[in-house]
Write a protein that binds this ligand. Sequence first.
Ligand SMILES: [Zn+2]
Length: 99
Amino acid sequence: MHEENCGICSEQFHRDSEATKLMELGPLCPTCIGMLGRRDPEKFLTLEEFEAALQRYPAPVFATDEELHRQEDAVYREFGPDYCYDYYEATAIPRSELE
Ligand SMILES: [Zn+2]
C-alpha cells in the first residue's frame, strides 16, 4: 500500500493498484481519472477502462516500500549511481496493453 499525491489535484490517496498510474501524468486519484476520461475518452482512460484495469492489475508491483527500496538498491548496484531509476516509467502500464 502506498500513499500517493495525485498528479492533478494533488490530493493524497491510497494507491493499492498500479492501475492508478496508467497515464503518463504519474499517479492519479480515481476521481481525476474519471474526469479526464469524460473530458476526452480518446486521449484519456475512461472510468470503465480504469475499472477493467483494476480487475486486471489488482495489486501494486511492489507490495511494500521495502520491496521498492530493495529494487532500487539492486538497480543501483547494477548500473551505478548515475543511473536514474524511474519507478513510474519502469512499472507503468501502457494503455495499449489493456485492449
Ligand atoms: Zn486527483
